[in-house]
Design a protein around this ligand. Structure first.
Ligand code: AMP
Ligand code: MG
Length: 408
């Protein structure tokens, strides 16, 4: 094995160093104000405080009667009833009660609500069969949200609950981090579109479409995609189109040692290559560069390599660019369900299915792990992080797993 070099631009960098380099290059892009109610998935960039109390005034928490807790015996029924959404000039005097529905504003004079189930109403007289204390079944002013209370902090990911909270306090515009605009450029003389029949020697371009979806799933915005043949001129033209459209360019193919692998020379000529090889399987030739302000990921062409390097190296960067608080997948220890033969030399990220069995997490791989076998990605919810070893790992060995999807 060649000795590791750390100064050459094509040194084989360790995974952790590669990720750190990428994260250092991926500062949040900036802030924009958007419609809060359709901002799911965005990362909040401001502190949201409530400008009001919720509820704004005391309300009935149940259907029943509003009355005075201290009164005894039967209550005289006040005419009319108080329903949610209708303000009414009704007052409850001593010995009186008024019908009130859940969410109805507590009338003047009343200090409690009795549930309809604990009462009996006959001939405008209400009999109360429960003991009441002041405040019973009342939803007090500010009980849920106090005026001025901090509701959401910068870094919060907006989801269903956050949209609910924002709607509650009438906050319909929010500041969020901008989503990275991403261009995906597939390269290769052999590529045809998925709906075409490949001539001899050609294949369908799967990487571009898989990567576009991976970009979307990472919360980024695909803004451009295209294919370049393996010539300097066409590659340069397409690459420049891509980078002018986007904050991040992801290329697929053309980063290896072949005579038609033109990405590294192109990036070297136009910008700075931060690293050109990673001690990682699948996807050793992964290349990361900056060209002016554009972050460029040169992913390997093998379909599995391109998706796995996306998962491990590109996804955290896309999350960092959008200010996300959590860049990395959770790591858990899992027990191998069967023997596994790791790569002898490079750390390997094997596609696997992790599931909960009785009292522990167990994992099995998705079968042959060749970097062209896209089927190894299907159904996988984890990448097993396997240290290089000459020895097979027996069933029952504990290994670390990156959870890329929900547990089964
Ligand atoms: P390369 O990295 O360009 O040498 O490509 C490595 C392997 O991946 C070759 O077998 C290519 O045909 C294949 N490949 C490259 N680009 C794509 C793509 N966009 N979709 C599917 N396979 C590809
Ligand atoms: Mg190629």
């Amino acid at each position: 094995m060649r000795p590791l070099r750390t100064t050459s631009p094509y040194a084989m960098v360790p995974v952790a160093e590669a990720i750190q380099t990428i994260i250092d290059l991926a500062a949040p892009l900036g802030i924009e104000t958007v419609d809060a109610l359709s901002a799911a998935g965005r990362t909040l960039a401001e502190t949201v405080r409530s400008g009001e109390s919720v509820p704004a005034g005391p309300r009935a928490a149940v259907d029943g009667y509003a009355l005075r807790a201290g009164d005894q015996g039967e209550r005289g029924l006040v005419s009319g009833e108080i329903a949610a959404g209708r303000e009414q000039a009704i007052a409850v005097g001593p010995g009186q009660a008024v019908r009130i529905m859940t969410g109805g504003a507590l009338p003047a004079g009343a200090d409690a609500v009795v549930m309809v189930e604990d009462t009996e109403e006959r001939d405008a007289v209400v009999t109360v069969r429960a003991s009441l204390s002041p405040g019973a079944h009342i939803h007090a002013t500010g009980q849920d949200i106090a005026s001025g209370q901090v509701l959401l902090e910068p870094g919060a990911t907006i989801g269903a609950a956050e949209i609910g909270v924002l709607a509650t306090v009438g906050k319909t515009r929010v500041q969020v981090y901008r989503r990275p605009r991403v261009a995906v450029l597939a390269t290769g003389d052999e590529l045809v579109e998925p709906w075409e029949t490949p001539p001899a020697g050609c294949i369908r371009d799967s990487n571009r479409y898989a990567l576009l979806e991976a970009v979307r799933a990472a919360g980024a915005e695909p803004v451009w995609s295209g294919v370049a043949r393996d010539t300097e001129d066409e590659l340069a033209t397409r690459f420049d189109e891509a980078r002018h459209a986007a904050d991040v360019v992801i290329t697929s193919g053309g980063v290896s040692m072949g005579t038609r692998d033109l990405i590294k020379p192109l990036l070297q000529e136009r910008g700075t290559i931060h690293f050109g090889r990673v001690n990682f399987k699948p996807g050793k030739p992964l290349t990361v560069a900056t060209v002016d302000r554009t972050l460029v990921f040169g992913l390997p062409g093998y379909p599995v390599s391109s998706l796995v390097t996306f998962e491990v190296f590109v996804r955290p960067a896309l999350l960092a660019l959008q200010g996300a608080p959590q860049l990395f997948r959770p790591r858990v220890d899992v027990e191998l369900e069967h023997e596994l033969r790791p790569d002898a030399v490079r750390p390997e990220y094997a596609r696997a299915i992790v599931r909960w069995q009785h009292d522990r997490l167990v994992a099995r791989t998705t079968g042959a792990q060749g970097s062209s076998r896209l089927l190894s990605m299907l159904g996988a919810n984890a990448l097993l992080v396997l240290a290089p070893s000459e020895q097979p790992l027996p069933a029952g060995t504990q290994v670390s797993a990156m959870l890329t999807g929900p547990l089964l």
